[in-house]
Design a protein around this ligand. Structure first.
Ligand SMILES: CC(C)(COP(=O)(O)OP(=O)(O)OC[C@H]1O[C@@H](n2cnc3c(N)ncnc32)[C@H](O)[C@@H]1OP(=O)(O)O)[C@@H](O)C(=O)NCCC(=O)NCCS
Length: 159
């Protein structure tokens, strides 16, 4: 899928983790404890049903989405876009590709959680995700402070 930035969104694998970590380091504020280590990403990617999408501008990593499917349910585990590529539709393109791929695979529902207060919630609401709950103290930040998570879902098997 291409955005108006000529960004390509393509399936990724273990070999793409260095590019994923470039985006991870750039995108997440460490104070909130949302980012994953490369070992955590590799651990999930090695599990059945996990999949990665990587967005690039030429060879330059712009962002990624990491997901996992179990039966007919999928979860968006992480999505991140580097600062210099923000608000140009990269995350929307990653999610459109993820939603299309998941629906084609028979996934009925896509779930995610996001830190309460993270503006990414606006991205999800704009794509038709609805909030279904809250998890108290889900994220633990660098200083030990905890942050609540909002849980969202989107039905893919209905229009
Ligand atoms: C959230 C994030 C992935 C959005 O990436 P992006 O490529 O800038 O998003 P898009 O350009 O595709 O935005 C699509 C729409 O989402 C909404 N949106 C995106 N970022 C927003 C923000 N910071 N504030 C409010 N709305 C936002 C807007 O409606 C936007 O459309 P618009 O630009 O036409 O108004 C990016 O800001 C990021 O990497 N954040 C840090 C990591 C993170 O928190 N990830 C989510 C939790 S895993």
């Amino acid at each position: 899928m291409a955005t108006d930035l000529a960004i390509r969104v393509e399936p990724g694998g273990m070999a793409d983790l260095p590019d994923v970590m470039v985006a991870m380091a750039d995108a997440f504020d460490p104070q909130y404890g949302e980012a994953w280590t490369e070992a955590q990403c590799a651990g999930i990617l090695g599990m059945a049903g996990s999949w990665l999408l990587v967005a690039r501008s030429g060879a330059d990593p712009a962002g990624f989405a990491l997901l996992r499917t179990v039966a007919d349910e999928a979860e968006l585990l992480l999505i991140a876009v580097r600062n210099r590529y923000r608000r140009q539709g990269v995350a929307r393109a990653l999610l459109a590709q993820a939603i299309g791929d998941a629906a084609a695979d028979g996934v009925a529902t896509l779930h995610l959680e996001v830190r309460d207060g993270n503006p990414a919630a606006e991205l999800y609401r704009g794509l038709g995700f609805v909030q279904i709950g809250m998890r108290r103290g889900y994220y633990r930040g660098r200083s030990g402070k905890v942050f609540d998570a909002l849980t969202f879902k989107k039905r893919l098997d209905v229009n």
